[in-house]
Structure formats: structure tokens, C-alpha cells
Write a protein that binds this ligand. Structure first.
Ligand code: NI
Length: 169
């Protein structure tokens, strides 16, 4: 099932999601649906709040279907190590059409559970590191615009308000 993507302005995107404690078939179905929804939206990462589900679940595939081994499930993820700094353009399915330069650590290690509840650690560099941070942020109620200047953030918010008024958001 393909879920519609929740856009910026919906409060579900700005609250901390709930810890997952049950690892059952319902969760695995949701994970399949999240990958399907992410690909349908042409994204490389998707967090559950972005489909209106406030649970600490995210999926990532920075290769966009090219490498099946690149499919990554993150449940209850925490960033446990960071290194370096890197600035690159970043976007979000919940803020379509907008992109901004965001500076983040260049290498990060995340600790998370997989679909069966087993804990693992994963270290990523560059785009993967960015995705790990971006999706973990979502589960903490934080969007990438939290990392840009207040001036740029307010400009985006003003544009979104205008689009909402025009019925185009
Ligand atoms: Ni996002």
C-alpha cells in the first residue's frame, strides 16, 4: 500500500515519535509499505511520521532500488558517533520543491533495531550519513530546516503559508 506523504505544517512532523516495542507481522507489513511509499515518492529515505504514523521507524535506500543490499530499516535509531563536517544540498519529501545547503557531520554511526528487534550498528559516510541523520531527526520531530539559518527557515515557512492559502500544498 502506498501512503500519501504528510507535508510540513502537519503537527505529526514536529513531535517526537513513539518507541517501537512490538516486532510482529504488522510491523513488517508497514516496513514494506514504507519502502513502497518512499519509492513512489522518488525518495531515498522515509520516516513513519511522514506517512502520519508517529512511531520510531525509518527506511533508507540511497541507491534507489539499484542495490537490494542497500535497503536499510531503522527502528528506534540513535546516532551514537559523529565525525567531521560536510555541507551539501538537502531536501525532504515533506517539503517538496525546497532544497537548502545543510552542514552536518560527514561520518556517523547509528544504533538501531531491525525488523526482528535485533540491535545493530551501522556507520555511513557522506550521503548515507546524511540520510541516517535526516531520518533520525524526523523521529525526534525535527526537519532539516532546523539546521539552516532562521532567515532562510522563515522564508520557507512564508512560502509554504502562501502555498497553503492558494490550496497548492
Ligand atoms: Ni525528510
Amino acid at each position: 500500500m502506498i501512503y500519501p506523504i504528510v507535508k510540513f505544517g502537519d503537527p505529526v512532523l514536529e513531535k517526537a515519535a513513539e518507541t517501537v516495542t512490538v516486532f510482529d507481522d504488522e510491523l513488517r507489513k508497514l516496513l514494506d509499505d514504507m519502502f513502497e511509499s518512499m519509492y513512489a515518492a522518488h525518495g531515498v529515505g522515509l520516516a513513519a511520521p511522514q506517512i502520519g504514523i508517529s512511531r520510531r521507524i525509518a527506511v533508507i535506500d540511497i541507491t534507489f532500488k539499484e542495490d537490494p543490499n542497500a535497503k536499510l530499516v531503522l527502528i528506534n535509531p540513535e546516532i551514537i558517533r559523529t565525525e567531521g563536517r560536510h555541507t551539501q544540498q538537502e531536501g525532504c519529501l515533506s517539503l517538496p520543491e525546497f532544497r537548502e545547503n545543510v552542514t552536518r557531520p560527514r561520518v556517523v554511526t547509528v544504533r538501531a533495531q531491525d525488523a526482528k528487534g535485533n540491535w545493530f550498528e551501522k556507520t555511513g559516510e557522506d550521503l548515507l550519513a546524511r540520510a541516517l541523520q535526516h531520518e533520525t531527526d524526523h523521529l525526534n520531530g525535527k526537519l532539516y530546516i532546523a539546521h539552516i539559518s532562521a532567515l532562510k527557515r522563515d522564508l520557507i515557512k512564508r512560502k509554504v503559508r502562501k502555498l497553503i492559502k492558494q490550496g497548492e500544498w
